[in-house]
Ligand binder design. Structure first.
Ligand code: ARG
Length: 407
């Protein structure tokens, strides 16, 4: 009898390699291993595919998801100035939905009833995969071997691997758990679990230490067209290439490190370190252009939407009705976010030093204090009179009652 199939999100590491064998033996399934290229570092996809086949997968696919990731996911993330808890530009939370979407498509193509991932039972990523997959196809059953099996330590896994002919890593395991893609890198575990201990320099690969960064710094101009980055220093480029280039420029100037305590959805506070040189500088520039082009009420309201958007996406609700509706709001706001922003990088800092736009709402005549002034001061008196009226009525009442003031 033909076996049922499972599509496994495969990274090529020990956990997901053990998953292949475990799904075959414990669940009696045929495994289709899928590795997504979302722009992570150091990945020889052919090698990873061959490893999956060697361990026993019936099929191994390496899918380039980068364009889809940038165009359908990061574009929306930038429109929402994605930032969880005002600090984390959502590296892992953004890649999970694009990977999930591809896994579901492959499951449909191969007639697989199951999808499996290698996430542990303590993090956010399990929630993101499972909620996204269920939203895209509620019929698919998700399996989480790492949550189910009895291999509690890395040694248990190594032992299992050795006994099942799975190649085991020969180099000493890194103490860190790393997840990366072209939007940045997340680093956790090891001595970082002590929130008081300063991260060692060796956790960073995308950013130079600000001590080592060049003393002369660097200027760069990012141009946007309807909210999407479209050129760097005047040279037309795709958003994808701009992210890569900004990772380099900001990274070599020591900008883009985040060290924070983060509140996971599953109730745990965790210490997280991130390298997000491109993401952080692009978001900063994007906000600077919005400051120039968006009207005051809209500009003040948008962060409320952004915060909710970030929470939803962090919590795994990319494919959900509220998130979709908020995308609609954000996308409307981006129509006139077109123009240039000049950033200055210097030894770990990134400062916005210039902005211009054909849709700029900055009016020199209204803003200036020199002779070109067009602001009508005569209307200020009447404005203040009415603006302060209700407070004045209240203050007068308090005074009459013998209870002056608020303080
Ligand atoms: N804490 C971050 C998040 O939940 C990063 C998770 C990184 N995942 C990992 N396997 N290291 O989005």
């Amino acid at each position: 009898m033909e076996k049922e199939k499972v599509v496994l999100a495969y990274s090529g590491g020990l956990d997901t390699s053990v998953c292949i064998k475990w799904l075959m033996e414990e669940k009696g399934l045929d495994v289709i291993a899928v590795t997504g290229d979302v722009g992570q570092e150091r990945q020889d996809l052919e090698f990873v595919k061959n490893k999956a086949l060697q361990v026993g997968a019936i099929e191994a696919l390496a899918i380039d998801m980068r364009e889809e990731y940038v165009n359908d996911f990061l574009t929306k993330a930038l429109a929402a100035n994605c930032m969880y808890e005002n600090k984390y530009p959502m590296v892992s939370a953004l890649s999970r939905p694009v990977i999930s979407k591809n896994l579901v498509e492959i499951a449909h193509k191969y007639g697989a009833k199951y999808i499996a991932h290698g996430c542990t039972g303590k993090g956010n990523d399990q929630v993101r995969f499972e909620v996204a997959i269920q939203s895209l196809d509620p019929e698919i059953k998700v399996l989480a071997p790492v949550r189910e099996w009895n291999l509690h330590t890395r040694n248990d896994e190594m032992e299992y691997a050795k006994n099942h002919g799975i190649p085991v890593p020969t180099t000493k395991a890194s103490p860190y758990s790393i997840d990366d893609n072209l939007w940045g890198r997340a680093i956790e575990c090891g001595e970082l679990e002590d929130p008081w201990s300063e991260p060692l320099e060796d956790i960073y690969t995308m950013t130079t230490s600000s001590y080592e960064a060049p003393a002369e710094g660097e200027y760069v101009v990012i141009s946007f067209d309807a909210g999407v980055p479209c050129a760097l220093d005047g040279e037309k480029m795709s958003f994808h290439d701009i992210i890569l280039k900004m990772n380099e420029i900001a990274g070599r100037n020591g900008f883009g490190r985040v060290d924070m305590i983060e509140n996971r959805l599953v109730g745990v506070k965790s210490r997280e370190c991130y390298e997000v040189p491109g993401a952080l500088s692009i978001i900063q520039a994007h906000k600077a252009l919005e400051d120039l082009c968006l009207e005051r009420e809209l500009l003040h309201f948008k962060p409320i939407v952004e915060q909710k958007w970030a929470e939803l996406v962090y919590d795994g609700l990319w494919f959900s009705p509220l998130k979709e509706a908020l995308d609609g709001f954000c996308s409307t706001t981006q129509q006139l976010v077109t123009g240039d922003v000049r950033l200055r990088f210097l030894k770990g800092s990134c400062v916005t030093v210039g902005r211009r736009s054909k849709y700029s709402l900055y009016d020199y005549g209204l803003a200036t204090y020199d002779s070109a002034d067009t602001f009508n001061r005569d209307s200020a008196e009447g404005f203040i009179d009415l603006f302060g009226l209700s407070t004045r009525v209240w203050a007068k009442h308090r005074q009459d009652e013998g209870k002056p003031g608020v303080v």
